[in-house]
Design a protein around this ligand. Structure first.
Ligand code: SAM
Length: 313
């Protein structure tokens, strides 16, 4: 094999664990008002968005993350019309939502217009023009402030903000008080779904904290996971609702709703994937039973991942 010079991104999971990705070029780099933004073009996973040194999504497998985040709640809801997305700067959560023909309005609230403008320019396959869809209402604001002020009610609220790392504007969007505000903006059959961070055998305090914190607010809370190749780890999501009836849905119904409602051939989610998402392994079920941390405003959970470091970047 011909030896070519390679630039590496080092993504440290901890002091003792490292994922290395070779990259071709840096497409965008900025210390924006709210976060440090990097977009790199990698050899294995295509273009990747990195915020505050944490990988957010990669061109090659973002469909696994975004279908897992969006599709279960939209398919389980009896008739989804109004969706609120908090975060989701790449526009792929919005794209995935708008694939549902019943959607009348999708409000997306992201704090950082610079993430959106560079995603529009450099990540077209992520948003596929979703920002220009006439059903989209884009708001540049802190998601919590928006929810405190709005009197709109939503069928589904998707919280797709980055993990609460040191200095991140997302820290106050993982607390019990915030989930109470979100619950107050849901319609009767409403569902909330939260991107819930990495799942591992060494550190699940964000995943477990979100589960127990949502449980303080909602009677029915379902954690779920999938493997994301570009993250090189399992990833967690959490779905919560007042109406257990939402979840009483057969495999046939899942596949027939996908067929009837979604105007695109999904690449990841169907009734079989649905089961693999929601069936957690025993060690994780035990861990969720045993650790009971509730995240509150007076002591928000702040993660200290070392994250990306590279001489080049
Ligand atoms: N897939 C992601 C991950 O791995 O964590 C999350 C994707 S998305 C890029 C995260 C978005 O959340 C960013 O665009 C960021 O600007 C937004 N965000 C962070 N804090 C926010 C807040 N308080 N209100 C609204 N948006 C916020």
């Amino acid at each position: 094999m011909e030896k070519i010079p390679i630039n590496w991104i080092d993504d440290y999971f901890s002091e003792y664990e490292l994922h290395k990705l070779a990259f071709k070029s840096v497409l965008y780099q900025s210390e924006s008002k709210h976060q440090k933004i990097i977009i790199v073009d990698t050899h294995s996973f295509g273009k990747c968005l990195i915020l505050d040194n944490e990988f957010q999504s990669a061109e090659a497998d973002e469909y696994i993350y975004h279908e897992s985040l969006v599709q279960p709640s939209l398919i389980m809801h009896p008739e989804v019309q109004n969706v609120l997305i908090i975060g989701g700067g790449e526009g792929a959560t919005l794209r995935e939502t708008l694939r549902h023909q019943s959607i009348k309005k999708a409000v997306m609230v992201d704090i950082n217009d610079e993430v959106i403008s560079c995603a529009k320019k450099h990540l077209p396959s992520f948003h596929e023009g979703a920002f220009d869809d006439e059903r989209t209402a884009l708001v540049i604001e802190d998601g919590r402030k928006y929810l405190e002020k709005t009197d709109q009610q939503f069928d589904v609220i998707i919280i797709d903000v980055n993990d609460p790392v040191d200095g991140s504007p997302s820290a106050m969007l993982f607390t019990e008080e915030f989930y109470h505000i979100a619950a107050g903006r849901l319609k009767k059959d409403g569902i909330v779904v939260v991107q819930s961070g990495a799942v591992s055998i060494t550190d699940n305090d964000l995943f477990s904290g979100i589960f127990h914190t949502l449980n303080e607010v909602f009677p029915h809370v379902f954690p779920y996971i999938t493997y994301i190749p570009s993250y090189a780890c399992l990833w967690g999501f959490t779905l919560a609702t007042y109406n257990l009836g939402n979840l009483d849905i057969t495999d046939e119904e899942i596949d027939s709703r996908i067929e009837k409602r979604v105007n695109f051939t999904l690449r990841y989610y169907d009734s079989i994937t649905h089961h693999s998402l929601f069936n957690l392994p025993k060690y994780l079920r035990e861990e969720l039973k045993n650790s009971k941390h509730i995240i509150r405003d007076n002591e928000p959970l702040i993660k200290h991942y070392p994250g990306v470091s590279s001489g080049e970047i």
